[in-house]
Design a protein around this ligand. Sequence first.
Ligand code: IVH
Length: 680
Amino acid sequence: MPRTKAPAVAKAEEAQFSEERTKAEELRAQIDYHSHRYHVLDAPEISDAQYDRLVAELEDIEERWPQLITPDSPTQRVGAPPATDLFAPVQHSQRLLSLDNAFDFTDLRAWHARVTRTLDREPSAFVCEPKIDGVSVAVVYENGRYVRGATRGDGSVGEEVTPNIRTIRELPERLATDDPPPWLEVRGEVFLSLADFERVNAEMGEAGKALFANPRNAAAGMLRQKDAKVTASRPLSVYLHGLVRVDGVALRSYSQTLEFFRSVGLPVHPEARSLRTLEEVESYCDTTSERRHSMDHEIDGVVVKVDDHDERSELGATSKAPRWAIAYKFPPEEQTTKLRDIMPSVGRTGAITPFAVLEPVRVGGVTVSQATLHNPDEIERKGILIGDTVVVRRAGDVIPEVVAPIPSLRTGAERKFQMPSQCPSCGGPVVRREGEVVSRCVNLSCPHQVLGRIVHFGSRGAMDIEHLGGKTIHALLERGLVSDAADVYFLSAEQIATLPLFKDKSVHNLARAIESSRDRPIDRLLYGMGILGVGGTASRALADAFESIDAIAAAPAEDMAAVEGIGPVIAASVREFFDRPETKQFVDKLRRAGVRLAEKRKREAGPLSGRSFVITGTLDSLSREEAKDRLEALGGKVTTSVSKKTDYLVVGDNPGSKLAKAEELGVETLDEKGLLALLG
Ligand code: IVH
C-alpha cells in the first residue's frame, strides 16, 4: 500500500484489503470444491456459467491485489487433478489449455483489438467452430494407428482412457492414408448427441439408476467407465479441434489442418468455417446462436481461432489459455436457483398444474421467476422439494422448466408439495380421473377457467384479438363487463375506457381488434372454443368437412369420426361440448354478435359446382396448389381431408393414408390423367 496516502484513506484501504483477502480465500475454496465435483465426480452442483462467475470474481480481486495471487490459485491452473487412482496417468506432451471467454461482442472486439495490436496487423483469417459442450480429449496415432486416448485431467497429466475412446465409431483405428505420419497427436471434444442422451437416460431410468443431468455429464461419465464394454454400449461421438504435433506433414494453418484431418478420415465439425473479417465472425456467431437448437448436440458458444500458425506462435499463450483463440459464449440456458414455493394454477380446461416460484435468475437471456413443473407425478419423479436449490432451464423460446433438484445442497428445512384437494381458484372439488396424470377443477364457471378460456379465445392461433391480454380480461371480468368470450363483442368504447391504463388510442385499438376478429375463418373460431382435444389440425379438418359451426353442432359423433384426422375420442369430446346447454347459449350469443359461423362461399359457380375434391400425393404436371386453384376456378371445392362428402380423391405419386381412407369410404379416385381431362 502506498505510504503517502493520508492515514484515513490507508486505513480504509487496509480494511478493504483484508475483506477482499477473506473473500478470495472463500472463492478459492468454493472453486476447488465445484471443480472437483465437475471434473472428478462428474456431478456438478452449479452451472458452468455460475462457475465462470466465481472464477471471474476471483480474477477481479487478484487483478486489483496481485499480492493475493497464490501459486495454487484456481486462476493459475486448468481443470482438476486427474483421478490417477482409477486410471493410469498420462503426461501430455503439451499442456491442454483452456480458453478465455467472451460474453458479448464487446468482449469479442476487445480480443480482436488485442490480437491486432500484438501482430501489428489484422490476422489474415479466422476459423470459427461451434463450441461443443463435451469432454476434452487427447488422441495419438503412431504410424497411422490409434495408440492412445486420454482425458485432459489438470492440463498436464490426464487419465488414460484408450479403450474407451476406441469405442467411438467416427474415430478410425487406422488413418485413411498409405503414407501416415510417424506421429500424430490431436485434441478433440467427446460428446453425446441429444438423441443418444435421451436414450441413455431412459435406459438408466428403467434400470433404476440415477439419471445424468445433461449430455456433457453423461459423456464424461461414460468416457471414464472402468469397463470399456459399458462405454461401447453407449454411442459417444467426437470432433477434433486441435493439432498438437504431426511429424512429416507441413501444415501452415488451422484450415489446412482441418483439410488434412478430413483427408485421413478424422472427424471435424461440419460447421467449421474459414472467415476473413471480424464482421464475418460476428455474423457466424449470430447465426450459430440462432441455430443452436436445431443441432443434434449441445453447444455453448463459438470458438474463434486465428488461422495462421505463424500468427498463432507470435501471439503465444498465457499459463491458462492461448491468446490466438477465444470462446464466444452464448447466454447460459441452465442456472441454479432457490425454489421458494410450489403453487397450483388452474388452466382453461380446469387442469391444476403446479408451478415453481423461483428466486429470480437470469437464464436463456431473460430473468425467470416462475417455471413449469408439469404435474404432481413429475415433481415426485424428479424428487423436488419446496426450498430446494434447483436447476432451471430455458432453452430457446421454450417455457422455463425445473430440471432437477440438487439434493446435496439441502438444509433439512425442505418440505414436500401437497396437491390441494380444493380448487385454489373457486374452492370447488378437484378430481383426478382414472389414468389421467392431471387433476381438474370440474366447475365450469370457476373464475380461472373462465379467464383461461377467454385468453385462449383471443389468442394468436384462435380469434387473434390483439390487445386483449390476460390482464385486460381479468379487469373486464372483475368489473362484470364480460362473463364469457362472446360478451367481448358487445363491449362499448365507453366500457373499455373504464379499464385501467386504457386511453383514447388503446380503446380504439382494442375495439378495432375485436371488430376485425368477427370475420375469422370458422376453424379458428372452433379452435378458440377450447374443446378438449381439439387443436388447430382437428379444427381445420372439421371446418373443412362441415363448413359451419351449426353443422358441426348438429353432426352425430360417427359422422365426425369419419373425417380424416378425427378419431372417436375427439368426436365424442366435440359432441359432448355441443350438447351442453351453455354451449348453445354461447353460440347464439356469437350469432347475435355477428361473428361468422359458416365458411365463406367464395367459390364461383361452374361446371364443378357442388363437387368436392381432396388431393393426395405428388402430381407430375402441376403442383397441388395449382390443381386446387384450377378446380376452384371451375366451381369445385377442395378440402384437406377425405370424408363421406368427398366426391373425388385426386391421387398423385406416393399417396398418403388418404387413399386408404377413400377406399374405405368408397370415395371415387382420379389419377392425374383423369384430373387433367376434368380440367379440360
Ligand atoms: S479449441 C487451447 N475448439 O472448450 C484450447 N475447443 O472452454 C483450444 N471445446 O478445452 C481448444 N469445442 O475442450 C476448441 N471447437 C472447439 C471446441 C473446444 C469445445 C472445449 C475444449 C476446451 C474448452 C475450453
